[in-house]
Design a protein around this ligand. Structure first.
Ligand SMILES: *Cc1c(COP(=O)(O)O)cnc(C)c1O
Length: 371
């Protein structure tokens, strides 16, 4: 058994990230835009970005410009795009940093054109709502925005690099209907002279399950991290390798009698004399409190459920008569092909999705990149 494990740590396997990009390149045969928003889904954006580029990603996508600026500050020189903007925001700083703008409204289109300098049109990707009802140019606004975008391109104020949308994943039929609407929009764009370099629609789910949605590029988020976007399909079944392993060291051990109440509210009481091991991770670190009494951990080759409530900084594991010592390694989740609990197991335990499990791992947990 490992003694002296790190107190708390998320190791990030950068080779897994690069391999996952290669997997999507080979599977789809199109460009991969690596989505590294939200600190690279909790994995550490700059490291993930570099690994994704090493694996052949052609661009990096973030939600906000601030996330893209952080990548620039970290020395990432690759093409970046950002698509979720503060109302009324001006884009001069984005243009200066060479960040491509996702544009979801006429207001944003105008702001993008205002940030252009003589001889340097602002690079944009027009984003359309094809059924997600989130951001993206609204259906009633399509022709007005297309006409203005075409005009601004002709006079050298914007360069329309991309046209894109995002799918609901509600069902393959719903996604096919959105793809149909997307092709209709592309036809209307073409009719006013807009010829984007890349048309992109699919995120991880459709990149795998809806080949006709791959177009010129796929925007891969969760798959980059080696996790499955589908309930009931594992990473391994999709040819992906989870990049994050969340670990901690047992911080305290005690032997207690039968009937001992454990953690807040005593929702767990020991069934007999037993050993309790304290794990120094809590909901402040992204361990969902909803997974109290359910979330699985691996200690010394055996899987146990959390005993009772997950607290802010710690939870307890009832290990029975297993010999466990302070400093022993606890694997919270990692690669299930290595016998670890998975992020999906925790998602099931908490009634959520694997995306949320990795993305919410908190700032107190050091990320250690390995390769
Ligand atoms: C987050 C996001 C993605 C990535 O989605 P995954 O399901 O994680 O692959 C792609 N495109 C847009 C617009 C997004 O917001």
């Amino acid at each position: 058994m490992t003694r002296g494990a790190p107190f708390r740590e998320a190791t990030i396997d950068l080779d897994a990230i690069a391999d996952n990009v290669r997997h999507f390149r080979a599977l789809t045969g199109v460009q991969v835009i690596a989505v590294v928003k939200a600190n690279g889904y909790g994995h550490g954006a700059p490291e993930v970005a570099a690994a994704a580029l090493a694996g052949g990603a052609s661009r990096l996508g973030t939600a906000t410009l601030e996330e893209s600026f952080a990548l620039r500050r970290a020395g990432i020189t690759a093409t970046l795009m950002a698509w979720l903007h503060e109302p009324g925001r001006r884009f001069d700083d984005a243009v200066e940093s060479g960040i491509e703008l996702g544009v979801s409204s006429l207001e944003q289109l105008v702001a993008a054109s205002e940030a252009a300098t003589v001889g340097t049109p602002t690079p944009i990707h027009l984003k359309f709502d094809t059924g997600l009802s989130r951001n993206g140019i609204a259906t009633h606004d399509i022709d007005r925005v297309l006409a203005e975008a075409a005009r601004l391109e002709r006079i050298g104020r914007v360069r329309i690099i991309g046209v894109f949308s995002h799918l609901s994943g509600a069902s393959l039929d719903d996604d096919r209907a959105a793809l149909f609407r997307f092709h209709d929009i592309l036809g209307r764009a073409d009719a006013v002279g807009i010829r984007p370099e890349i048309r992109h629609l699919a995120a991880t789910g459709a990149a795998i399950a809806l080949p006709e949605a791959r177009l010129d590029a796929v925007r891969v988020g969760i798959g980059l991290y080696g996790l499955s976007p589908f309930a009931g399909r594992t990473s391994a079944e999709l040819g992906l390798r989870p990049a994050m392993t969340l670990r901690a060291a047992v911080a305290a051990v005690r032997r207690v009698p039968e009937g001992t109440g454990v953690s807040y509210d005593y929702v767990h009481r020991t069934a007999g004399e037993t050993t309790l091991a304290l794990v120094p991770l809590g909901y402040a670190d992204g361990i969902p409190r909803q997974a109290s009494s359910r979330g699985p951990v691996l200690i010394g080759g055996r899987t146990h459920a959390v005993a009772g409530r997950v607290a802010m900084d710690q939870f307890v594991v009832d290990v029975g008569d297993q010999e466990v010592a302070v400093g022993d390694e606890v694997i919270v989740f990692g690669d299930p092909t290595l016998g670890h609990p998975s992020a999906d197991d925790w998602a099931d335990a908490a009634g959520t999705i694997n995306y949320e499990i990795v993305t919410r791992i908190g700032a107190r947990v050091p990320r250690r990149a390995i390769s």
